[in-house]
Design a protein around this ligand. Structure first.
Ligand code: SF4
Length: 492
């Protein structure tokens, strides 16, 4: 039977770990936003299926995986295909252009009449580039798609793309005519569709079939209980409604959890919350914590901003999460200021103390190679990473390559910040992607080597700490030697 709509979470180019082995032991959570879009389409009376290609094809190798992609697409013929990514989190969206291009090429080769659309952050922040680089794309939805996607898709299927006039709909023609779309806005998160978890069945079957040895492992899922942020970091913020912070009620979150469990049995492991700043409202944290305690759910971790982690929220948080993820991003206050991070290094240290006093582990996220970084600041970062880990001030750290995501202030004003964006969206990946940019102060090779050095030191120091082999002490770096090394990396 031909479906009305197939929703696809598109895959990305594999970073070096997954290119080394498709079974490299890192696994991303299965996101909820594409399933909310699928829920919105079903609510409009359309027949819908879902393909979690972001997870199933996370180590794409064309000779090996193209037959799998073709088999899956042939199993779910549809009149319309919508590529759906997260609206808020740039790292879940930008590089998915890679998978969209491959899947769209295959879809059109098989059926020239299939209608192809895209929703999410990239569709909102980079419409001209998306139409240019994805010529098969017939339409985009600008803004938060959940509340409008059902109406738009139903009308397009009934009347054709060119006949539909919706303020948040963009087509190549409307873009060319200079039309400015209005961002779709979700007023009340509780009014958005429940994620269509029941549509996971086919994706889980494909996962079992293609992943073989991984099939018995619990599958990590993520949920969103709030949307938006209070801060506008220059490397992250960049979509309409970013500062429009909204929360779901506890009843609604409970329903999402229960329906996920009903749909997946004991296969789903609720790993983390997609929320940007989960702890902004203490009442919300208390209410969601209660829901989790009632169900015996403990998330691996929850994100928040250091200034929003007070003892009042840390206590209920400790009952529903093992750790709190804090974006330190850089230990240098002047760079934090440049990033518009809204925190100083000592704010983060206080938040770590607050977390640990409540029994939460504290995890730091760190950006390597942002526009304000220099060789000297990278050396400071590397030394601070080792010091914070070896002295036990923090429980864990992970580093990421800075990424010039479209829509962010750094990327949109790259010249002003002394940055050159070299690669396209497909290559913009934080977790092990090769830097897509260089700056006046850093070559992309230097940034990548600093990232690899940070990953190596984190792995070694963490391992020795677990074995009790470290003498916690603060060591100073040999700046001269490290400058010499980074000079060599730059070919000097
Ligand atoms: S605090 Fe900054 S980095 Fe974190 S979600 Fe908000 S804008 Fe993004």
């Amino acid at each position: 039977m031909t479906l009305d709509v197939l929703v696809i979470a598109p895959f990305r180019r594999p970073t070096f770990r997954k290119a080394i082995s498709e079974h490299y032991p890192v696994q991303e959570p299965w996101d909820s936003p594409p399933l909310i879009v699928a829920g919105g389409l079903e609510a409009a009376g359309l027949t819908v299926e879902y393909l979690a290609l972001q997870n199933i094809l996370d180590s794409w190798d064309e000779p090996r995986d193209l037959p799998k992609l073709r088999e899956m697409l042939a199993d779910m013929p549809a009149r319309m295909v919508i590529f759906a990514t997260d609206y808020f989190i740039p790292s879940r969206s930008t590089a998915t252009l890679f998978g969209m291009r491959i899947a769209a090429r295959e879809l059109r080769a098989d059926d020239s009449r299939v209608i192809i659309g895209a929703v999410g952050r990239l569709a909102t922040t980079a419409a001209p580039q998306l139409f240019d680089q994805l010529p098969e794309c017939d339409f985009l939805v600008h803004g938060e798609p959940e509340s409008v996607i059902g109406t738009i898709a139903e009308e397009i299927l009934r009347r054709g793309v060119t006949a539909v006039d919706h303020p948040s709909l963009l087509t190549p023609t409307s873009l060319q005519s200079g039309q400015r779309p209005q961002p779709a806005t979700t007023q009340m998160l509780d009014e958005t569709p429940i994620p269509a978890w029941h549509l996971l069945a086919k994706s889980l079957d494909w996962w079992d079939k293609y992943r073989g040895q991984d099939a018995s492992q619990p599958i990590p899922f993520s949920l969103r209980t709030s949307a938006g942020c209070r801060f506008r970091c220059r490397f992250c913020a960049g979509v309409p409604n970013w500062l429009n912070y909204r929360t779901k009620t506890a009843t609604r979150v409970a329903t999402e959890i229960d329906t996920l469990r009903n749909a997946t049995g004991d296969r789903a492991h609720l790993a983390f919350l997609e929320d940007e700043i989960f702890t902004r409202h203490p009442d919300h944290v208390h209410a969601i914590s209660e829901v989790c305690v009632q169900r015996g759910i403990v998330f691996d971790g929850v994100y928040t901003h250091s200034s929003l982690l007070t003892p009042e929220v840390a206590e209920p948080l400790s009952k529903m999460a093992q750790r709190v993820y804090l974006g330190l991003d850089n230990p240098d206050d002047s760079i934090l200021h440049d990033m518009r991070k809204g925190q100083r290094f000592d704010t983060v240290l206080r938040a770590i103390e607050t977390a640990r006093a409540s029994g939460l582990s504290a995890h730091l996220e760190w950006i390597i190679g942002s526009p304000a970084d220099t060789i000297d600041s990278l050396i400071t970062s590397l030394n601070a990473i080792v010091t914070l880990l070896s002295t036990g001030v923090v429980d864990s750290i992970n580093t990421y390559v800075y990424c010039p995501h479209p829509g962010t202030e750094y990327a949109e004003k790259a010249d002003e910040f002394g940055m050159r964006v070299i690669d396209g969206f497909e290559d913009i990946q934080e977790s092990g992607g090769y830097p897509a940019h260089d700056t006046h102060a850093l070559s992309r090779q230097q940034t990548f080597i600093a990232y690899l050095m940070s990953q190596l030191t984190i792995a070694e120091v963490s391992r020795d700490r677990e074995r009790g082999l470290l003498t916690p002490s603060i060591g100073s770096p040999s700046r001269h030697e490290l400058h010499r090394l980074f000079d060599k990396v730059a070919g000097r």
